[in-house]
Design a binder for this molecule. Structure first.
Ligand SMILES: *Cc1c(COP(=O)(O)O)cnc(C)c1O
Length: 458
């Protein structure tokens, strides 16, 4: 299977190349040149364990690793999860189920992709014999998940820039208390934008990139999207057969990677019952799917910070399919967004997603309501998936609400809503470790110097 860019101006590459490159040279995102048809596999896959399903799925996209290697890789990727089902489906009542994606090492769904990506990197390094240095910037969840995906792996060092004093104490703990000697949390002075700017500058230095074999952790890697598709399929198999085609998955969304992954299964011949894009007050996706107008706005910090984005990077993959797989039109639209901050899709007919939007005030109300009604605690991101539940909700539609994080990651918000502070053994265990972080100026020169002196040598 080959992978091609949404913008059509880069050569097609293999799966392992697409994973290693991340962003295509023409600025587009990689997608499989042709999506496989899963319908003929469904009856065989029905009873597979999570790692078995993951391996069977990836084998359709990559022929460089053998079946046995894929199975081994998937088993190792999910062995650190705290629940035997990896992605358990919990039933709240006749209508509502919750897909719990927070049992991984950093308690958010990003572990599903980043645990697997860490193992893929390790395989690649073993095969090529070239050690790599991974650099990323984070405002929270992604950095922690990347660190836990890569810690202790041979031939790779990971450097994560984060704004000192501006990530939550628990998020900082997840990054700084691993005691792994290939992990370097870089606490930079300034805010997230300063970190991002310095990061961009380091990556634009091509000579340095080559010198230290620098690689990015970013949300647009195709391996992340594919790894996320697996849990939708796994959950779909756990539904009663007669409910599978009518159950809608409701997905708290920011960069659009999570919901896109599930939606792509529909394009691969799985009769999914539909998807709902659930945003917080940063509602660019809500506005787009309601009106056809995509308009970039200011980010307004919310109680669900991992969804505080305005430019949804994976949206381009949706556009590619929605525009009839025409890279010329994708280029036009993406250039329009870049130059004008907006685009209008005339006569947009949204047959793809339902949408909802939840502001901070409602998030608190929902957490309290769900706790009272079901004796179940949801985190502020997952709360957005319960949009409308406090109002006169006439819909009797069956739903799976995708739970993206464990409530113990956001104790203040939960405390305020229901007077309890949830905890998790993973977070408590980390507290017993030594803290290790490296204060640094947000200057490209300082970052380069740090990587040269602490990183992997070619
Ligand atoms: C990253 C994240 C999201 C948003 O997911 P996207 O793939 O960016 O749409 C939602 N909730 C949590 C807890 C996250 O970490």
């Amino acid at each position: 299977m080959k992978f091609q860019s949404t913008r059509g101006q880069s050569p097609a590459v293999s799966f392992s190349e697409a994973v290693a490159i991340g962003l295509a040279p023409d600025g587009g995102l990689y997608l499989p040149a042709q999506l496989p048809d899963l319908s003929s596999f469904l009856s065989q896959w029905e009873d597979l364990s999570y790692p078995e399903l993951c391996a069977s799925f990836f084998e359709l996209f990559d022929q460089e690793l053998s079946s046995a290697e894929w199975l081994d890789l998937a088993q190792r990727s999910y062995s650190g999860f705290a629940h035997s089902e990896i992605a358990p489906l919990r039933q709240l009542d006749d209508q509502i189920r919750v897909l719990e994606l927070f049992h991984g090492p950093t308690l958010a769904f990003k572990d599903f992709a980043l645990q697997l990506l860490g193992n893929l990197y390790e395989k690649q390094i073993a095969r090529t014999g070239t050690p790599i240095n991974v650099l990323g910037a984070t405002s929270g969840d992604t950095g922690a998940a990347a660190i836990h995906g890569l810690l202790g792996k041979d031939g790779v060092s990971v450097f994560i820039l984060y704004p000192n004093g501006r990530v939550s104490p628990l998020q900082e703990r997840q990054m700084t208390r691993t005691e792994a000697d290939n992990v370097f949390p870089l606490a930079i002075e300034g805010n997230f934008d300063d970190a991002q700017k310095a990061l961009k500058e380091v990556f634009s230095d091509q000579e340095f990139r080559n010198q230290v074999a620098l690689s990015a952790v970013n949300s647009i890697n195709i391996a992340r999207v594919l790894a996320q598709a697996v849990y939708y399929l796994y959950a779909w198999f756990r539904l009663p057969v007669k409910e599978r085609e009518e159950t809608r998955f409701v997905v708290p969304s920011g960069n659009f990677g999570n919901v896109l992954a599930g939606w792509m299964l529909g394009r691969m011949g799985v009769p999914m019952g539909g998807f709902q894009v659930a945003t917080n007050q940063n509602d660019i996706l809500y506005r787009f799917f309601s009106t056809g107008r995509y308009q970039v706005d200011e980010v307004r910090p919310s109680l669900a910070p991992s969804m505080d984005i305005q430019v949804a990077s994976n949206f381009e993959r949706f556009l590619y399919y929605a525009l009839g797989e025409d890279p010329v039109r994708v280029r036009e639209v993406m250039h329009g967004i870049k130059n004008h901050g907006s685009f209008v899709w005339k006569d947009f007919e949204n047959s793809h997603f339902t949408v909802s939007r939840t502001d901070d005030e409602e998030i608190g109300k929902i957490i309290a309501h769900v706790y009272r009604e079901y004796d179940y605690v949801v985190d502020p991101h997952t709360a957005c998936g319960f949009a409308g539940i406090c109002g006169p909700d006439a819909s009797s539609e069956k739903k799976v609400i995708v739970s993206t994080a464990h409530p113990a990651k956001f104790p203040q918000t939960i405390q305020k809503a229901i007077g309890l502070s949830p905890t998790h053994p993973f977070l408590e265990e980390l507290a017993t470790h030594k803290e290790q972080k490296f204060p640094l100026q947000a200057h490209a020169q300082d970052i380069r110097q740090f990587i040269l002196s602490h990183g992997q040598k070619k």
